[in-house]
Design a protein around this ligand. Structure first.
Ligand code: ADP
Length: 388
């Protein structure tokens, strides 16, 4: 079993983006020695990790060698070389979440089959091996318009998702093994971050509402608490708890939901890690999602998920038309607003819509937090020194 907290407990984190960086910020409070594996020497987590190891999380040898350096292993991304993780586990390394969870979640087809098997409500779906097979399915009358195609593997932030309205948009079909699902008439998108430790203790964070930027295909704002009705909110909370229990998963899991025009709550997808929709927990909840991840990884009691203050989180993304070394505008103005908490991830290069940081606005009044969040969005600029 793993060592409990000591001054030289080595926590390995696979991939060194902002999620790893925020996890390390918590880990350093507990005097944990952090190791990060990433192929970029100046990835966000590298500036604060105790040890940065260069290598690819998709490569068997890199992941295996990295695992041999640490006492415990977790990750901030799901697309990790699972074979290496399975071997490391066989050799006795504690890996949280378990590699079998990653294997399931890396494939959107397996994920949906899991929901179906466990009676979790989700948009009806069918899997196809290729774009050609989807055309065949349409000809046989198995698929009707409009529908949503999702690549089974490798998609993120809306990449790997195509909405096909009618026969005229079939040219937009993506190539590769896919899942085809009914297009949901979405009223709102919700998310619940839930954690479970090895003793089976489960704690869920309050339901948040995600507002999307259609151009960036990214959650633009996260609102907590969400204004969704209590029936829907309880449904989302109970589904999230059921899923993590059915998975018998240790760690942090984000579950995304659609609420349709009839008020039905269906699960969209899940991620076995901390999530953009949980960043506000750093300032607004008793225990942040990153500390919760640490508690789960170490199999410690989970922390309180009580909301201390309403919060709105705004992603800071690269401005359109700007690519190159980053410079931020409007920082002084937004920091003059009470309740504004700025996080810059430390990415040296900006690109249009690249996630560069976030701001969480907390306030005793959600309306006030929303108003200030809008101001932040209008004021902050993410430019490059050189126009592209
Ligand atoms: P990713 O893993 O890339 O985030 P998602 O499955 O979350 O992909 O899809 C991205 C977005 O596409 C969703 O947030 C939603 O707005 C839209 N979308 C996905 N599935 C459906 C669906 N079945 N019906 C309608 N819209 C959908």
């Amino acid at each position: 079993m793993h060592k409990l907290l000591t001054s030289n407990l080595k926590l390995g984190i696979i991939a060194g983006g902002q999620l790893a960086k925020m996890l390390i910020q918590e880990a350093s409070k507990w005097d944990i020695d952090s190791y990060v594996l990433d192929s970029e020497p100046d990835c966000p987590a590298a500036s604060i990790a105790s040890h940065s190891i260069l290598g690819s999380y998709r490569d068997y040898d890199d992941v295996y060698r990295f695992g041999k350096m640490v006492d415990l292993l977790s990750f901030e991304i799901e697309h990790v070389n699972v074979e290496a993780l399975i071997q490391l586990k066989r050799e006795g390394l504690r890996i949280v979440p378990d590699p079998r969870i990653l294997e399931l979640i890396q494939d959107k087809g397996l994920q949906k089959e899991f929901f179906a098997r466990h009676g979790i409500p989700t948009a009806e779906f069918k899997t196809y091996g290729s774009a050609e097979a989807i055309r065949g399915g349409i000809e046989r009358g198995e698929i009707s318009y409009p529908f949503v195609q999702k690549l089974r593997k490798g998609g993120y932030d809306g990449r790997g998702v195509a909405v096909i309205q009618d026969a005229g948009s079939l040219d937009s079909l993506l190539h590769g093994a896919s899942l085809v699902e009914r297009r949901v008439e979405i009223d709102r998108e919700l998310s619940v971050v839930v954690a479970r430790n090895g003793k089976g203790e489960i704690k869920s964070y309050p339901v948040v509402e995600m507002l999307f930027d259609p151009k960036a295909n990214l959650a633009d704002m996260i609102i907590c608490p969400s204004s969704v009705g209590s029936e829907q909110s309880e449904k989302a909370l109970s589904l999230a708890a059921r899923i993590i229990e059915d998975l018998k998963m240790e760690g942090v899991l984000a579950v995304e939901f659609f609420v349709d025009q009839d008020g039905e709550v269906v699960v969209n997808e899940m991620a076995p890690r901390t999530h953009n929709s949980g960043h506000h927990t750093i300032e607004s909840v008793a225990t942040s999602q990153f500390e919760q991840q640490l508690r789960a990884v170490l199999d410690l009691p989970l922390g309180s998920t009580q909301l201390l203050l309403p919060a709105v989180m705004v992603n800071i993304v690269g401005d359109e038309g700007h690519e190159g070394p980053v410079r931020y505008e409007g920082v002084e103005e937004i920091l003059a607003l009470e309740g504004v908490n700025l996080h810059l991830y430390g990415k040296k290069i900006t690109r249009p819509y690249r996630k560069m940081g976030h701001v969480t606005v907390v306030s005793a009044s959600l309306a006030d937090a929303l108003e200030k969040a809008k101001q932040v969005k209008e004021t902050i600029g993410v430019k490059s020194w050189k126009h592209s």
